[in-house]
Design a protein around this ligand. Sequence first.
Ligand SMILES: *Cc1c(COP(=O)(O)O)cnc(C)c1O
Ligand SMILES: [Zn+2]
Length: 427
Amino acid sequence: MSLTADRTAAAPASTSIREGAFGHATDLVCRECGATQDIGPHYVCTDCFGPLEITYDFPAVTREQIEAGPANIWRYKALLPVPDDIETSPNLEPGFTRLLEAKNLAAELGLTKLWVKDDSTNPTNSFKDRVVACALSAAREFGSTVFACPSTGNLANAVAAAGARAGIKTVVFIPSNLETPKKVNSAVYTENLIAVEGNYDDVNKLASEIAGEEDGWAFVNVNVRPFYAEGSKTLGYEIAEQLGWRLPDQIVIPVASGSQLTKVHKAFRELVELGLVDDKPVKIFGAQATGCSPVSEAFREGWDVVRPQRPDTIAKSLAIGNPADGIYVLDICRQTGGAVADISDDEVREGIVLLARTEGIFTETAGGTTVGVLKKLVETGQLDTSLETVVINTGHGLKTLDAVSDLVGPAATIAPTYQAFVDANIA
Ligand SMILES: *Cc1c(COP(=O)(O)O)cnc(C)c1O
Ligand SMILES: [Zn+2]
């Protein structure tokens, strides 16, 4: 958590909150000291500057109630900080993406049972549509006038699109060296794509400053971060529901800020507490690219702190050198008997091609990282190949075409004649 965060940086304009605006959420609790605050546009503990997280008083929820809901994240609205009428506010209705059994990839890697949770099919082709939908609800309830984010790419796409649909002004900030497809994928939805000369950590720092100065700005992953983060829980809920209301034995999750991994873990715990799934151990693994692997480094070295790194990797959507939730990822992976591992950019590229050629799923560099780390964990014996495993594909390959454009391409360029085809000796 950045200590530059101003404790009064509660930028959204209005603090009078309507009844039921945040569903069954009861408080904001500090992850460090446990102090609680009322639900509001806050993200930093006033006692110790630790990050805040949402707690709930859940109603009794049944599998049948959830199954009767819409085929998107709002089927879990009772477990999210959103109002009961959330479906009626314009949003992109993300979620309920496919969970595919990956028999070919499993055979290739020597795993007994493997599933891919394919979040590349969300409205803007990454898992970020989930978190943005929850942040948008919070921004609306706080009366924010600008919907904004610092982003490594996918978040900007999701914020720009969701804001367009909701009719709220958007301003999205990205590092200027981002892939062209990701820039276009934001700029097509918003006039206010701002390229910042710096890396993500510079962009994030700028966003915190703006959030502290400007009224009415909801930065989804800064001042409404506690609400945004809860959206990632829906990945965990869906995986359990799609497995037939069971938890997997092992799961491999990419790590940028680390928020997604911590919330998938939280989701599994909540489902157990609510009696919706049986309790069982789930080993949680984190995946990073070596060029930005602060959490993996800390795991390997046995550190309790995450030392910031300067990112240099093709996995730009994971390129956060100073991850806000890094230490919580470390705790969870250690406690559950999982691990955090990293792979080189070449292995990231190979991971993209491996998933495409075995399962027909084109993932971006983040997914290449996750699949590549899965492979590495099998090779190092850190992952038990006899256990049921889930790997999350968080984004679409068309956004990072350049990563593999030198690796794949036409096997031959031939004249339009049968003889030329024969001569080309196509296997
Ligand atoms: C943002 C992102 C992640 C990681 O998200 P965190 O919650 O910040 O760890 C993973 N994959 C993709 C494609 C992303 O865009
Ligand atoms: Zn605190």
